[in-house]
Write a protein that binds this ligand. Structure first.
Ligand SMILES: C[S@@+](CC[C@H](N)C(=O)[O-])C[C@H]1O[C@@H](n2cnc3c(N)ncnc32)[C@H](O)[C@@H]1O
Length: 231
């Protein structure tokens, strides 16, 4: 998407926060903490798995992994030029490889291989869940950890953000909610088992995100053949 049209490129406040998180100068997000905990059993079962953090923002999930001693070969992907610039700068400051942060849309993911993926607070901003998930599955992942706006039915919202920098509040984005059953069925058709997990931060309660109602929960998906004993 052109930067001029990308809502994520036009919030100085958010980019400053991403910069602090990427440099590990901000408190750990509850969702990053829970995501790392949910990923741990899959990471432990694989030997230094290649992990893709889809919609990585400041790349701060890297710190949540390190904090818990999880050994994973971390890569972040984000479609916002500004977020990627911010994450790369933070990684460089910490002496980490800026090449670990990839610029691109998840929908265009191609030719890369990963063992695990997380997609935290991001799929809701995609036009649909199918294309992102197929692109992630095509990388060869054996498990995916998702935090998103799940509910009984899919609801598509294309609305202005309203909290962007002056002059950009005409820009719209998706603020979607996905049918949990439809996403689970999609994974099942591709040989994955799934499990829903309650969100530690919101505990099933509605949370407003830029004044839009969000019901966060987690969906874990794993290839049945790869993790036969996972429940
Ligand atoms: C709310 S932030 C979440 C950042 C981080 N995962 C977290 O939980 O703090 C959503 C991120 O997803 C990115 N994003 C949105 N749509 C995307 C897409 N189609 N492909 C890749 N990244 C995307 C945005 O640029 C933004 O950095």
């Amino acid at each position: 998407m052109r930067s001029e049209l990308n809502i994520w490129d036009h919030s100085r406040q958010l980019l400053e926060l991403l910069s602090a998180r990427g440099a590990d100068r901000a408190p750990e997000m509850d969702s990053s903490a829970q995501g790392a905990e949910l990923l741990a059993p899959f990471a432990a079962a694989l030997k230094s798995p290649r992990l893709l953090d889809v919609g990585c923002g400041g790349g701060h999930f890297y710190h949540s992994l390190k904090r818990r001693g999880l050994s994973a070969d971390y890569f972040g992907l984000d479609s916002s030029r500004q977020a990627v610039r911010t994450a790369r700068a933070a990684f460089e400051t910490l002496g980490l490889d800026r090449g670990r942060i990839i610029l691109g849309r998840v929908e265009d993911l191609f030719g890369l291989e990963f063992d695990l993926a997380v997609i935290i607070n991001t799929m809701t901003f995609c036009a649909d869940f199918r294309q992102p998930l197929d692109r992630i599955i095509d990388t060869g992942v054996r498990a995916v950890v998702i935090r998103d706006n799940f509910g009984p039915e899919t609801e598509i919202r294309w609305e202005p953000d309203g909290f962007l920098d002056e002059g950009f509040n005409h820009l719209c984005g998706y603020w979607n909610r996905w049918s949990e059953a439809a996403v689970a069925d999609f994974f099942s058709q591709r040989g994955f088992a799934t499990k829903k997990v309650m969100d530690n931060r919101t505990k099933g309660q509605m949370e407003l995100v830029v004044n839009k109602p969000y019901y966060w929960s987690w969906l874990l998906a794993w290839r049945r053949l790869a993790f036969e004993n996972y429940r």
